[in-house]
Design a protein around this ligand. Structure first.
Ligand code: NAP
Length: 480
């Protein structure tokens, strides 16, 4: 019998009707039952967060940091359990889950340390004997809405900076993978964070979204997820002049130049496109390859992709887990059908995997379409699965033009040994996250994270930049 995970409001674990969290690699396994929050719970949580605000905001920032260090230590002690649970609820491989849990722990430690810095501003005045400075103050009650694909890292990279700045929070995790975020909240409880500072409501975003944006105490919303939900939240939040931060979809390119380290480029494209089942917002979904090496590169990509093992992420040797749920699997298969019509049969993959253990889950073959051109749907729309569009570019300039020819601008990669091209790409690429001779995915927490164009809106997340969204300045002029 699976455990039931209750919502957390004002320091209390609150029961109610539940929904299921199932393992996408083996849907016969019930990972947990989660209490399905109602709009009234959102309102209650926002009120609790409001009541807790003066105490938490009034504490010293290093004092808040001490709580975050404790949260990190608790997560660290349970790291292997958390990784195992994440693979069972989201499907990514165990090594990928271990890496993500480590990142969440590091994020809590990083922002705990930020409590001892909390940089404000101190500048000399034009006036004699005037002292002027700006202090950081919390924004207030903040709603944090997170997706399923990084189920512990994303809640961590929103919660930790929000809390260190003195805000109180209401966390709404994705219904497909709520357990990892729940574990952070459990750690906050165990760490003794005062009641009402952290609140957690699982349940359908469609049911809870309106109550969240309309909760009177709410001052800000940080959202990561799809463009459609993000755009809706933006419109609603604007009506109440809520501060909002949106991190949404991508259609990330990897440009492969003829001068690239060939084998490294093959590895980076395959890694970027297919690892984590292509379910990373920063995944490579377009490989834009210079004509001079196009055919040879395509052959090598197919050969490397053929070696990938798809299966249950708990098993050693598996490279790629399942789609997160049936709906995502159907989305993948629908785009594969569109790709067949637009670009012809895929060079490899293109089907749901069936037979034996595959019948228990939502498995799809890593799929590669060649000769994709710019206006095709599979070159323009985010799929969020292991589907790669390979495109031919006449030269580097043509590759840059194709790479920038989408509404998104989250991440991008270039594979080249030419330093001039590297800098050209750094300056001309319309994306917030750029890699060079690395996969398009794989970021760290110490630098700003986020995109441009339709991918993102508002201040960046992570690194020192995260403080900008979660704090306000109070500017002081003082005559002495
Ligand atoms: P999603 O369907 O937009 O859901 C994201 C979150 O929003 C979930 O918690 C969801 O709850 C909630 N939600 C749904 N409708 C809502 C509403 N009306 N009001 C308030 N919240 C609502 O996205 P997803 O399928 O979980 O994640 C995949 C998407 O996230 C992809 O587009 C991917 O590119 C993007 N992503 C972007 C980044 C980035 O940093 N740019 C990072 C990771 C993922 P339910 O689960 O209950 O529906």
């Amino acid at each position: 019998m699976a455990d039931t995970y209750r919502n957390y409001i004002n320091g209390e674990w609150i029961g109610g009707p539940t929904f299921e969290n199932r393992n996408p690699a083996d849907t016969s396994e019930l990972v947990g039952l989660f209490v399905k929050g109602a709009p009234a719970d959102v309102t209650a949580a926002a009120q609790a967060a409001q009541a807790a605000l003066p105490g938490w905001a009034g504490m010293t920032a290093p004092g808040r940091g001490n709580f975050l260090f404790k949260v990190a230590d608790i997560l660290d002690r349970k790291a292997e359990q958390l990784a195992n649970e994440m693979t069972r609820e989201e499907g990514k491989t165990l090594p990928e889950s271990r890496g993500e849990v480590r990142r969440a722990i590091n994020i809590f430690r990083y922002f705990a340390g930020e409590g001892s810095r909390m940089p404000g501003m101190l500048v000399p005045s034009e006036r004699d004997r005037v002292h002027m400075f700006a202090l950081r103050k919390p924004v207030g009650v903040v709603g944090l809405v997170t997706p399923w694909n990084f189920p512990i890292a994303i809640p961590a990279w929103k919660m930790a900076p929000a809390l260190i700045c003195g805000n109180t929070v209401l966390v709404k995790p994705a219904s497909a993978a709520p357990l990892s975020a729940w574990r952070i909240v459990e750690a906050c409880h165990e760490a003794g964070i005062p009641k009402g500072v952290v609140n957690f409501i699982a349940g359908s975003g469609g049911d809870l979204g309106q109550a969240l944006v309309e909760a009177p105490p709410l001052k800000a919303v940080s959202f990561t997820g799809s463009c459609s939900v993000g755009n809706w939240l933006h419109a609603e939040a604007s009506k109440r002049r809520l501060r909002i931060q949106l991190e949404m979809g991508g259609k990330n390119p990897t440009i492969v130049c003829a001068d690239a380290d060939f084998n490294l480029a093959v590895e980076n494209v395959v890694n970027g496109a297919f690892f984590s089942t292509g379910q990373k917002c920063t995944a490579t979904s377009r490989a834009i390859v210079e004509e001079a090496i196009y055919d040879r590169f395509l052959d090598a990509l197919v050969e490397r992709t053929r070696k990938l093992k798809v299966g249950n992420g708990l098993e050693a040797g598996v490279d790629i887990g399942p789609a997160v749920d049936e709906a995502q699997l159907e989305t993948d298969l629908r785009y594969i059908e569109i790709g067949r019509k637009e670009a012809g049969a895929p060079l490899i993959g293109g089907n749901r995997l069936t037979g034996g253990a595959y019948d228990k889950g939502w498995f799809v073959e890593p799929t590669l379409f060649a000769n994709v051109t710019e206006n095709m749907t599979i070159a323009q729309e985010e799929i969020f699965g292991p589907v790669l569009a390979v495109m031919r570019a006449k030269d580097f300039d043509d590759a840059m033009r194709i790479a920038n020819g989408v509404p998104f601008g989250l991440s991008a990669s270039v594979q080249t040994t030419n330093v001039t091209r590297v800098f050209d790409y750094v300056h001309r690429m319309e994306a917030g996250l750029l890699t060079v001779n690395l996969p398009s995915a794989g970021v760290e927490y110490q630098l700003p994270f986020g995109g441009t164009k339709d991918s993102s809106f508002g201040p960046k997340e992570q690194g020192p930049a995260a403080l900008e969204f979660y704090s306000d300045y109070k500017t002081v002029y003082l005559k002495y």
